[in-house]
Write a protein that binds this ligand. Structure first.
Ligand SMILES: [Zn+2]
Length: 356
């Protein structure tokens, strides 16, 4: 009977022992860590059953590859060795080191490019904070490099683990003197030199005041006076490229470029550089726009070889708001142009309007 009890107790002991070995299980077997940080696995919290002492657990992390100070991104198998009732056991856990952090995009400076500078390296305008290798791409679809202005663009950064960041930013396309020179070439149609926002003059075109035009202008002023109209001896005639350049940029600084472009020409785009254009003035020094004088000029300038170059209603074609004071010498063709009711662009069949 005693033997039987001893045997029974032993049997129970074996069952408990087997059960305790088999029942040891991990809380989880996949551990995910962020790339660029140290890995730490709390041994005490590895097992569901807490009767295994922490000092009886050992992790074999030799499989984890290191890269500088931190584990390299990847998947590793780590052996967990532990003791149950003096018996050595082991289980395997999976350690994943993943880059789940999006790249950080920092714009370093305001971004300005010259007109038509399509080769600008925009990546040099940004700092990217990202531990993994990455690609930068730009969406410049909305940017018109041929025209000054402020445009929206997008930078997109994707690391090799497909974390993506994007950010929109502004690109200012800036007209510079050298860019202006390259934009277009001068055009002559029917012997008339055309200067507008689509047709420019080179910076070295400097003919001075045209003598024939000036003589006709003097006659015109004299006849206006003889007709009792109020007009000044002062006028604005020939302007060099350099003078127009400083004039234009003074306006840009005061009114902004968009506004300045409606009433002042960029250097190379002013008719005053031809020596054939004159701005009439009122006796008080203002540009001439008094009613009687304007009407007389519109209807009579052609008799002296002039046209009022920027008429009302043609703003979209000439590219300028109406300027009743600005006359342009075209010689014999002035009367035909006046009688046609067309502006010069329409009459010659050439492109006008805004800058490209
Ligand atoms: Zn003018």
């Amino acid at each position: 009977m005693k033997k039987l009890i001893v045997l029974f107790v032993l049997l129970i002991g074996v069952v408990v022992f087997m059960y305790s070995i088999l029942s040891v299980s991990l809380k989880k077997d996949v551990f995910v860590f962020e790339y660029g940080k140290q890995i730490s696995i709390d041994e005490q919290s590895l097992f569901k059953d807490s009767f295994i002492e922490p000092d009886q657990i050992e992790l074999d992390v030799s499989s984890i590859e290191m890269e500088d100070k931190y584990p390299k991104a990847g998947e590793y198998l780590v052996e967990v060795k532990y003791q149950v009732l003096f018996f050595n056991q082991s289980k395997t856990i999976q350690v994943k080191v993943e880059d789940r952090t999006k790249p950080e995009i920092i714009q370093k400076n305001e971004i300005k490019v010259d007109v038509n500078d399509r080769d600008h390296d925009f990546s040099s305008d940004f700092d990217i904070k990202e531990l993994s290798d990455y690609d930068i791409s730009f969406d410049l679809e909305k940017v018109d490099f041929s025209k000054s202005g402020i445009y929206e663009a997008t930078i997109l950064v994707e690391d090799i683990y497909h974390n993506v960041s994007s950010s929109s930013f502004e690109i200012e396309v800036v007209e510079t003197v050298s860019a202006v020179q390259n934009l277009s070439t001068s055009t002559e149609v029917n012997g008339i030199l055309v200067v507008n926002k689509k047709h420019s003059l080179p910076s070295n075109y400097a003919p001075g005041e045209n003598i024939e035009a000036k003589n006709q202008f003097v006659k015109l002023i004299a006849d206006m006076r003889a007709n009792g109209l109020q007009v000044s001896d002062s006028y604005s005639g020939y302007r060099s490229y350099e003078y127009q350049n400083s004039l234009y940029w003074n306006y840009v600084n005061v009114y902004g470029q968009q506004q300045a472009d409606t009433f002042s020409a960029r250097a190379g785009y002013s008719e005053h550089q031809t020596g054939l254009a004159f701005d009439l003035m009122q006796p008080n020094g203002a540009l001439l726009q008094s009613y009687n004088e304007s009407v007389w000029l519109a209807n009579n300038a052609h008799r002296y070889g002039f046209i009022v170059r920027y008429p009302y209603g043609k703003e979209n074609i000439t590219g300028y708001v109406a300027e009743p004071w600005h006359i342009r010498y075209v010689g014999e063709q002035a009367t035909a142009i006046y009688q046609s009711g067309l502006c010069l662009e329409e009459y010659l069949g050439i492109q006008g309007g805004d800058y490209n």
